[in-house]
Structures are given as structure tokens and as C-alpha cells.
Design a protein around this ligand. Structure first.
Ligand SMILES: Nc1nc2c(ncn2[C@@H]2O[C@H](COP(=O)(O)OP(=O)(O)O)[C@@H](O)[C@H]2O)c(=O)[nH]1
Ligand SMILES: [Mg+2]
Length: 339
């Protein structure tokens, strides 16, 4: 491409109304790791030389409080909803950092990305009525969605993901039909992210992240998503860890968690045993929701994070950056607000 053509393309891209501001949302059931992920994501965006990030007032308080906890190497408290009837939407506004050039002064500012999220307790994401329906409305307005999937929840009895995701897709389709969009599939881009992969060697070392997602949501649901609900090229999979692992003296991966029963020792991550829990060597969250027993109403997080290692999160920015790139190159036709 010659310079003239490149310039025209650049100006066209920047002026193209479809590449203007767009919205990305987060979905995840209780304890999937939303609060931890969103905190780590903000910190990763701040460090990144590809983005400027600005949090709104609500989000600033959220980030400040949660970052303090993570600096002290403790996980967030379970989220409570300040205003259950009208959950507030927090936003991080992302502006791409462009190389300074003589054109910078005359070109319009680059398109912004709004990452919006409701830091609601996960239960709200499971109940599709009440607050849940507001969350659905907000998610259907998003150009892209990051789904955070908890590998441990998937192993609990009666807590599989397939019904939940199926209902969600049906609801999205309902909202889409109301707007007379004639594509059979959903327009949204979707990043399916399995969280806490640092807790299990198989998840941590997996080469193919769609395999991990398949294990967590089930082969059938995965096929449904890929073949029926998502448009071609609009679904991607990631294994995510907000805290990462570290390598010991022998170069072996070790968990960054301090688990109560191991007196602070940090064992190597070992392959999962066939017995419950199916993943990793122990699920430090297992006290919170033992199958068939009611979970305590407001449990405290039990797992702590080692303070003598550097935390290197994995795949925190990637799912978001994939969504942004994909949306920019082929924007979805969206259901406008208020429908
Ligand atoms: N091993 C590990 N555990 C995590 C990670 N993120 C969250 N957790 C665990 O999951 C629990 C719930 O996380 P939280 O962010 O509060 O989930 P939320 O309910 O979806 O907001 C935490 O207390 C941790 O025990 C992670 O990256 N690695
Ligand atoms: Mg939370």
C-alpha cells in the first residue's frame, strides 16, 4: 500500500462510525473470579503500553479497595450489591496509545472502548429475573462479552454450566428477535475464559484452551455455542489466572496459593486425582459450597496468596484485546439501548 492509500485507510478507520466507542461486558457466576480478574485487569491495563485506562468514580473506589487487598495478598471479599433493584454499572474507559506522528494533531482522537461491568454477586447472573434481567439487558447491549468460567463450580453436583449458558443464549436470542435482526446467530463476540488455572497442572499446561473450556462447560454446550449461537470467528477460549504460578529452584511450576492444610508450604502443582475434587490437589474454596449443603450466607475468602513471589497473571489482557481487535475489524450489528 502506498502512503496515500495508507493515510486514506487510516483516516477512514478513524472516522468510521462503526469503529467508534464500543462496550464490552463481563459475565460470571458466584466466585468465578470476577472481582479478582477485574482488579488485575485494571492493573495490567495501567502497565500496558498499548492503552490508557481511566476508571469512573465507582470503578476507582472498587479498584482502590480491591488492589489494596491483592497487594496484601488476600482475595476480595464476596461481593454484596449496594442497591439490589438498580445495580450500578462500573466502567473502565480504554484509549489506544498511538505512536506520536505529525498526523496526530490533525486527526480526530482514536475510538474508545468502554469496559463496563456490574460487580454484582454471582447469584444475580444465575437468576434471569429481577436483577438478573437487568444484567441481561446490559449484556445484550455489549459488543463483546468476557465469560468467566469457574473450573471448580463445574465439578459440583447440580451446578453444571450447560443449562445456565443455554438459558442465557435463549434470552439473548429473544432480545435479538425483538429488534428484527435477521441473523440467526448472536452478534456478540464472546471470550470464554476458564479462571484459576494456576490451581491445576493440567489446566496450567494445556496447549489448547478450547479443550479446557470444553471440559468446563461440556462438549455438548461447546458444540451448541460454536455451531448454533456464535457467528463464525466470534468465539474464542482462554485459560486465565489472576495470580499465576511461579517456578521453584528446580524450574518446576508451583502454586502461588497458601493453602490452609499445608502450613504455608507451596507444593508443586500435581496432576489431578480422579477423586473429588477433580481438579488440582485441593480446592481451597471447597469450604464455601460443599455440594448438597447450603453455602454459608457471607463466607470469608479462605485462600491467601504467597507474599514472597512476584505475581505474573496469565491471559488477563488477551481475552479483552482479542475482543477489541475483532470488534474493530468486523463490528457486530447491535441491539440499541432501551429496546
Ligand atoms: N487460584 C486462584 N484462585 C482465584 C483466582 N481468582 C479468584 N480466585 C478464588 O476465587 C474466589 C472468588 O473470587 P472473586 O474474585 O471474589 O469471585 P467473584 O465472586 O466472581 O467476584 C477467591 O476468593 C479465590 O479463592 C485466581 O486467579 N487463582
Ligand atoms: Mg465479586
Amino acid at each position: 500500500m502506498n502512503i496515500q492509500a495508507k493515510l486514506e485507510r487510516l483516516v477512514k478507520d478513524l472516522y468510521n462510525p462503526t469503529s467508534k466507542d464500543f462496550q464490552i461486558g463481563i459475565w460470571g457466576t458466584a466466585r468465578a473470579g470476577k472481582t479478582t480478574y477485574l482488579t488485575t485487569l485494571y492493573n495490567a491495563l495501567m502497565k500496558s503500553n498499548r492503552w490508557y485506562v481511566e476508571a469512573d468514580d465507582l470503578a476507582i473506589n472498587f479498584v482502590k479497595e480491591q488492589s489494596k487487598r491483592l497487594q496484601k495478598r488476600v482475595f476480595p471479599m464476596p461481593t454484596e450489591l449496594a442497591n439490589p433493584d438498580n445495580p450500578e454499572i462500573f466502567t473502565y474507559e480504554l484509549t489506544p496509545r498511538l505512536e506520536p506522528s505529525p498526523m496526530s494533531k490533525i486527526l480526530p482522537p482514536p475510538a474508545k472502548v468502554v469496559l463496563s461491568f456490574i460487580d454484582a454477586p454471582g447469584e444475580c447472573y444465575e437468576d434471569l429475573e429481577g436483577v438478573g434481567s437487568k444484567i441481561l439487558d446490559y449484556l445484550s447491549d455489549c459488543h463483546g462479552i468476557i465469560f468467566l468460567l469457574d473450573p471448580f463450580r463445574a465439578k459440583e453436583e447440580n451446578k453444571t454450566y450447560d443449562d445456565l449458558l443455554l438459558d442465557l443464549c435463549f434470552e439473548f436470542q429473544k432480545r435479538k428477535r425483538k429488534c428484527n435482526l435477521n441473523t440467526p446467530q448472536l452478534q456478540q463476540y464472546m471470550s470464554f475464559c476458564v479462571t484459576k488455572i494456576d490451581q491445576d497442572q493440567t489446566l496450567w499446561n494445556a496447549q489448547d484452551s478450547s479443550d479446557i473450556v470444553r471440559q468446563v462447560i461440556g462438549q455438548e454446550m461447546f458444540t451448541n455455542l460454536q455451531e448454533n449461537f456464535a457467528m463464525t470467528g466470534r468465539l474464542n477460549c482462554y485459560g486465565v489466572s489472576a495470580i499465576g504460578c511461579h517456578k521453584n529452584d528446580k524450574g518446576k511450576w508451583q502454586t502461588n496459593l497458601v493453602l490452609p492444610q499445608r502450613n504455608g508450604a507451596s507444593p508443586e502443582i500435581i496432576a489431578p486425582k480422579p477423586a473429588i475434587p477433580a481438579y488440582g490437589w485441593s480446592n481451597p474454596d471447597s469450604d464455601f459450597a460443599t455440594p448438597l449443603q447450603p453455602a454459608p450466607s457471607r463466607p470469608q475468602p479462605k485462600a491467601a496468596i504467597r507474599s514472597d513471589v512476584i505475581l505474573e497473571p496469565r491471559n488477563v489482557l488477551e481475552p479483552l484485546e482479542w475482543l477489541i481487535q475483532s470488534i474493530q475489524s468486523r463490528p457486530p450489528i447491535l441491539i440499541s439501548k432501551g429496546k
